[in-house]
Design a binder for this molecule. Structure first.
Ligand SMILES: Cc1cc2nc3c(=O)[nH]c(=O)nc-3n(C[C@H](O)[C@H](O)[C@H](O)COP(=O)(O)OP(=O)(O)OC[C@H]3O[C@@H](n4cnc5c(N)ncnc54)[C@H](O)[C@@H]3O)c2cc1C
Length: 409
């Protein structure tokens, strides 16, 4: 029986394990942590957003520059396949607000439990606390256990699914990508994706508004505009709209050392309509009250303007313009350790269409350790699972090639 080793027991590695063991291969999954799927469990704390219900054409654009390579891979395990798979593990899905798709249970633990039971029933061997350290001089894979003992494996094929480098305490610390890089594989350095930004708030503003939401706003960086929400944090801003602007913010920060984030507090109203509404409110009332009555703007609005303007605008017209273009100075991104995901990873130019490393026949890569990124909304797990399934398909094709050595068992 052919043997496949999988490095990484996150969703990408486990999906590869499911497909390969289901095809009758002997599969061993190694993970450096004491248990599997720790980041998946963490994702479950937010309800486990598995995928997204938006039109598929639009869905695929979420992967930016990686879209041409990911599109055929997503077809291997698409949104419907993902939902059917989840239901098959006893976790039917539901489409929630803003078209995000979740398991009805809104958590990961029952899904992971059922998944690991299925894999065990299919004969998969799990080796936890087993860290992949590279290859020895004979080409065998080397693993270190916690007590320092070294073991080797010489499988017929390998799937490396070591994850990105965010939240390293959950397991994915970038070590697998670093090993590949040292072995000459092209790896784009990991960078924080889906992460908060640093905005220097004053102490009095933070004392009143840390944790306050900015709802129904539009956020713009350069020529990219995103409607959505953010939350004021001690260090700046967090939330879906900020995450979606991550690539634009990252490149502006890399280029200029700082970035300008424009906030439109009433994107559904043109400035003159907003000014007219402000004008209708009694002039003797406080500005906060007038803005609340005129445009349902929250109490933080005036303090927010004061944070970034030397003086409050004197006329309704100037005020409306200011409300539709609050200029925030972004001084940096929160670190990779606090990011939901990583940009960067194994370069597409070093992978064939089956996700096999062109310089290392028989070695496949999958999951977040590949060079793609996407906003939150279920796009991360959809691509992670799809690349796991595609790598497994690639392994099966590779083992079935005409010049493959015969099955030893
Ligand atoms: C707080 C948070 C919330 C999230 N919420 C969502 C969400 O709702 N929806 C969504 O789509 N995505 C979400 N994500 C992202 C999603 O969890 C990841 O994209 C996904 O887990 C990546 O899967 P992976 O298998 O590629 O890597 P991982 O899940 O990181 O798994 C990689 C595994 O490889 C192991 N490993 C690494 N190096 C080695 C080595 N050298 N030897 C042995 N083992 C190794 C690690 O221990 C780890 O178990 C969230 C992430 C975080 C941090």
């Amino acid at each position: 029986m052919k043997h496949v080793t999988i490095v990484g027991g996150g969703p990408a590695g486990l999906m590869a394990a499911e497909r390969l063991s289901g095809a009758g291969l002997r599969v061993t999954v190694h993970d450096r942590m004491p248990s599997l799927g720790r980041k998946l469990l963490m994702a479950g704390r937010g309800g486990l957003n598995l995928t997204h219900a938006e039109p598929w054409d639009r869905f695929q654009t979420r992967y930016g520059a990686a879209q041409p390579r990911l599109a055929p891979i997503l077809a291997v395990f698409d949104r419907e396949a993902l939902q059917a798979w989840s239901a098959g593990l006893g976790q039917p899905t539901v489409t929630g607000p803003s078209d995000r798709i979740f398991p009805v249970a809104m958590k990961a633990s029952p899904l992971l439990r059922a998944w690991l039971a299925r894999l065990a029933a299919q004969g998969v061997t799990f080796r936890t606390r087993s860290t992949w350290t590279g290859w020895d001089g004979t080409g065998a894979l080397t693993f270190a256990s916690e007590d320092g003992a070294v073991s080797t494996e010489r499988p017929d094929a390998v799937v490396i699914a070591g994850g990105g480098a965010s939240w390293p305490r959950l397991g994915s610390d970038g070590s697998a990508a670093a090993i590949l890089s040292d072995a000459g594989v092209g790896v784009q350095p990991f960078a924080a994706a889906n992460v908060g930004v640093d905005v220097p708030w004053s102490a009095p503003f933070l004392a009143r508004f840390a944790g306050a939401p900015l709802k129904g706003c539009a956020f713009t960086v350069g020529n990219q505009r995103v409607r959505g929400e953010a939350v004021i944090t001690d260090s700046g801003l967090e939330g879906g709209a900020i995450y979606a602007l991550g690539p634009a913010l990252r490149s502006a920060l890399a280029r200029d050392g700082a970035a300008r984030l424009w906030l439109d507090l009433r994107p559904d109203l043109k400035a003159d309509a907003l000014a007219a509404k402000i004008l209708e409110t009694p002039a003797h009332q406080s500005l906060s009250n007038r803005l609340r009555k005129a445009a349902s703007l929250p109490p933080l609005t005036v303090p927010l303007l004061r944070e970034h303007l030397p003086a409050l605008p004197a006329t309704p017209a100037a005020l409306a313009t200011a409300l539709k273009g609050v200029s925030l100075a972004v001084t940096g991104l929160q670190p990779l350790t606090r990011a939901i995901s990583s940009a960067g990873g194994v370069r597409w130019s070093d992978l064939d269409d089956d996700l096999m490393l062109t310089a290392r026949p028989g070695v496949f890569c999958a999951g977040e350790m590949l060079d793609w990124e996407a906003p939150t909304g279920g796009y991360l797990l959809q691509a992670t699972l799809a690349t796991g399934a595609a790598a497994a398909q690639g392994v099966l094709r590779w083992l079935d090639r005409p010049d493959a050595p015969p099955d030893a068992a």
